[in-house]
Design a protein around this ligand. Structure first.
Ligand code: FES
Length: 178
Protein backbone atom coordinates (compact mmCIF):
# COMPACT_ATOMS: atom_id res chain seq x y z
CA UNK A 1 0.00 0.00 0.00
CA UNK A 2 2.72 2.41 1.09
CA UNK A 3 4.66 1.31 -2.00
CA UNK A 4 1.65 2.11 -4.20
CA UNK A 5 1.40 5.66 -2.86
CA UNK A 6 5.09 6.17 -3.42
CA UNK A 7 4.79 4.83 -6.95
CA UNK A 8 1.82 7.16 -7.61
CA UNK A 9 3.74 10.09 -6.21
CA UNK A 10 6.49 9.27 -8.66
CA UNK A 11 4.07 10.24 -11.39
CA UNK A 12 3.92 13.82 -10.13
CA UNK A 13 3.68 16.10 -11.95
CA UNK A 14 0.74 14.40 -13.61
CA UNK A 15 0.31 15.09 -17.29
CA UNK A 16 -2.70 17.35 -16.78
CA UNK A 17 -0.84 19.37 -14.16
CA UNK A 18 2.24 19.86 -16.20
CA UNK A 19 1.63 23.31 -17.60
CA UNK A 20 4.88 23.42 -19.48
CA UNK A 21 4.47 20.13 -21.36
CA UNK A 22 3.48 21.90 -24.60
CA UNK A 23 6.41 24.32 -24.68
CA UNK A 24 9.40 23.36 -26.77
CA UNK A 25 11.85 25.32 -24.74
CA UNK A 26 14.64 25.66 -27.26
CA UNK A 27 12.25 26.77 -29.97
CA UNK A 28 10.47 29.19 -27.67
CA UNK A 29 13.70 30.80 -26.64
CA UNK A 30 14.82 31.17 -30.26
CA UNK A 31 11.46 32.78 -31.04
CA UNK A 32 11.89 35.17 -28.14
CA UNK A 33 15.27 36.26 -29.35
CA UNK A 34 14.00 36.75 -32.88
CA UNK A 35 11.02 38.70 -31.62
CA UNK A 36 13.26 40.86 -29.50
CA UNK A 37 15.56 41.56 -32.43
CA UNK A 38 12.58 42.46 -34.61
CA UNK A 39 11.38 44.89 -31.97
CA UNK A 40 14.80 46.46 -31.70
CA UNK A 41 15.15 46.83 -35.46
CA UNK A 42 11.66 48.35 -35.62
CA UNK A 43 12.46 50.78 -32.82
CA UNK A 44 15.73 51.76 -34.50
CA UNK A 45 13.85 52.35 -37.77
CA UNK A 46 11.27 54.57 -36.08
CA UNK A 47 14.02 56.49 -34.34
CA UNK A 48 15.89 56.97 -37.62
CA UNK A 49 12.78 58.20 -39.43
CA UNK A 50 11.74 60.51 -36.59
CA UNK A 51 15.12 62.22 -36.59
CA UNK A 52 15.18 62.84 -40.34
CA UNK A 53 14.73 66.47 -41.43
CA UNK A 54 11.09 66.16 -42.56
CA UNK A 55 10.31 69.60 -41.17
CA UNK A 56 13.01 71.21 -43.27
CA UNK A 57 11.85 69.35 -46.37
CA UNK A 58 8.23 70.43 -45.77
CA UNK A 59 9.26 74.07 -45.31
CA UNK A 60 11.28 73.90 -48.51
CA UNK A 61 8.31 72.50 -50.41
CA UNK A 62 5.83 75.00 -49.01
CA UNK A 63 8.05 78.00 -49.64
CA UNK A 64 8.63 76.99 -53.22
CA UNK A 65 12.36 76.46 -52.79
CA UNK A 66 11.98 72.87 -53.88
CA UNK A 67 12.75 72.53 -57.52
CA UNK A 68 9.89 71.05 -59.45
CA UNK A 69 9.85 71.43 -63.16
CA UNK A 70 6.74 71.29 -65.29
CA UNK A 71 6.50 70.81 -69.02
CA UNK A 72 6.05 73.77 -71.32
CA UNK A 73 2.62 73.56 -72.89
CA UNK A 74 0.97 75.73 -75.51
CA UNK A 75 -2.46 76.89 -74.32
CA UNK A 76 -3.77 79.10 -77.09
CA UNK A 77 -2.91 81.75 -79.62
CA UNK A 78 -3.38 85.09 -77.88
CA UNK A 79 -5.87 86.20 -80.49
CA UNK A 80 -8.04 83.13 -79.92
CA UNK A 81 -9.22 84.85 -76.77
CA UNK A 82 -11.05 88.18 -76.64
CA UNK A 83 -10.36 90.49 -73.73
CA UNK A 84 -12.52 89.39 -70.80
CA UNK A 85 -12.83 85.81 -72.02
CA UNK A 86 -11.47 82.61 -70.54
CA UNK A 87 -10.72 79.11 -71.71
CA UNK A 88 -10.19 75.90 -69.78
CA UNK A 89 -7.18 73.68 -70.11
CA UNK A 90 -5.41 70.93 -68.14
CA UNK A 91 -2.00 71.55 -66.58
CA UNK A 92 0.43 70.13 -65.59
CA UNK A 93 -1.35 66.78 -65.61
CA UNK A 94 -4.35 65.80 -67.69
CA UNK A 95 -6.52 65.84 -64.56
CA UNK A 96 -5.35 69.25 -63.31
CA UNK A 97 -8.08 71.52 -64.63
CA UNK A 98 -7.09 75.13 -65.10
CA UNK A 99 -8.39 78.44 -66.45
CA UNK A 100 -6.74 80.99 -68.69
CA UNK A 101 -8.26 84.47 -68.57
CA UNK A 102 -7.41 87.37 -70.85
CA UNK A 103 -7.67 90.55 -68.81
CA UNK A 104 -6.16 93.04 -71.22
CA UNK A 105 -4.34 93.44 -74.50
CA UNK A 106 -1.24 91.94 -73.01
CA UNK A 107 -2.50 90.66 -69.70
CA UNK A 108 -3.20 86.98 -69.20
CA UNK A 109 -3.72 85.11 -65.94
CA UNK A 110 -4.09 81.38 -65.37
CA UNK A 111 -4.91 79.30 -62.31
CA UNK A 112 -5.56 75.72 -61.48
CA UNK A 113 -9.27 75.91 -60.89
CA UNK A 114 -9.90 73.34 -58.16
CA UNK A 115 -11.31 75.47 -55.35
CA UNK A 116 -9.01 75.54 -52.35
CA UNK A 117 -12.00 74.91 -50.10
CA UNK A 118 -13.39 71.56 -51.24
CA UNK A 119 -12.11 71.26 -54.80
CA UNK A 120 -15.18 72.35 -56.77
CA UNK A 121 -14.34 73.81 -60.17
CA UNK A 122 -13.95 77.58 -60.09
CA UNK A 123 -15.34 79.59 -63.01
CA UNK A 124 -14.50 82.97 -64.49
CA UNK A 125 -17.36 85.41 -64.21
CA UNK A 126 -16.84 88.17 -66.76
CA UNK A 127 -19.84 90.06 -65.38
CA UNK A 128 -18.52 90.05 -61.83
CA UNK A 129 -14.87 90.33 -62.87
CA UNK A 130 -13.81 87.61 -60.46
CA UNK A 131 -13.36 83.88 -60.16
CA UNK A 132 -16.37 82.18 -58.63
CA UNK A 133 -16.82 78.87 -56.87
CA UNK A 134 -20.52 78.02 -56.97
CA UNK A 135 -20.39 75.28 -54.35
CA UNK A 136 -20.22 77.46 -51.23
CA UNK A 137 -20.00 80.93 -52.78
CA UNK A 138 -16.25 81.25 -52.71
CA UNK A 139 -14.67 84.11 -54.65
CA UNK A 140 -11.13 84.74 -55.85
CA UNK A 141 -9.33 87.82 -57.14
CA UNK A 142 -8.46 87.14 -60.78
CA UNK A 143 -5.26 89.20 -60.60
CA UNK A 144 -3.79 87.40 -57.60
CA UNK A 145 -5.78 84.19 -57.19
CA UNK A 146 -6.36 85.10 -53.54
CA UNK A 147 -9.72 84.39 -51.92
CA UNK A 148 -11.83 87.49 -51.39
CA UNK A 149 -14.98 86.00 -49.87
CA UNK A 150 -16.54 82.72 -48.78
CA UNK A 151 -14.92 79.70 -47.17
CA UNK A 152 -11.68 79.36 -49.19
CA UNK A 153 -8.62 80.38 -47.19
CA UNK A 154 -5.82 79.77 -49.68
CA UNK A 155 -5.20 81.22 -53.12
CA UNK A 156 -5.66 79.22 -56.29
CA UNK A 157 -2.32 77.87 -57.54
CA UNK A 158 -1.20 80.19 -60.32
CA UNK A 159 -0.03 78.77 -63.61
CA UNK A 160 3.08 80.57 -64.83
CA UNK A 161 2.66 81.86 -68.38
CA UNK A 162 4.92 83.01 -71.14
CA UNK A 163 4.09 84.57 -74.49
CA UNK A 164 6.05 83.62 -77.54
CA UNK A 165 5.24 84.61 -81.09
CA UNK A 166 1.64 85.35 -80.33
CA UNK A 167 1.03 82.14 -78.40
CA UNK A 168 0.47 81.66 -74.67
CA UNK A 169 2.39 78.88 -72.95
CA UNK A 170 2.15 77.39 -69.47
CA UNK A 171 5.61 76.85 -68.03
CA UNK A 172 4.99 75.98 -64.39
CA UNK A 173 2.81 76.27 -61.34
CA UNK A 174 3.65 78.74 -58.59
CA UNK A 175 3.98 77.08 -55.23
CA UNK A 176 1.74 78.05 -52.38
CA UNK A 177 3.41 80.55 -50.07
CA UNK A 178 2.16 81.49 -46.64
S1 FES B 1 -15.61 74.20 -52.72
FE1 FES B 1 -15.39 76.22 -53.34
S2 FES B 1 -16.29 77.36 -51.79
FE2 FES B 1 -16.47 75.33 -51.11
Amino acid sequence: MGEDIKRNNDKIPFDENNYTHNIRKAGERRLDRRGFMKTMVGAAGIFAVSTMPWGAIAVKELTGLGSKSHPKQKLANANDLKIGEAIEFAYPGEHDAALLVRLGENEFKAYQNACTHLKCPVFWSKEEGRLVCPCHHGFFDVKTGKPTAGPPQRPLPEVVLSKEQGAIYATGVKRYET
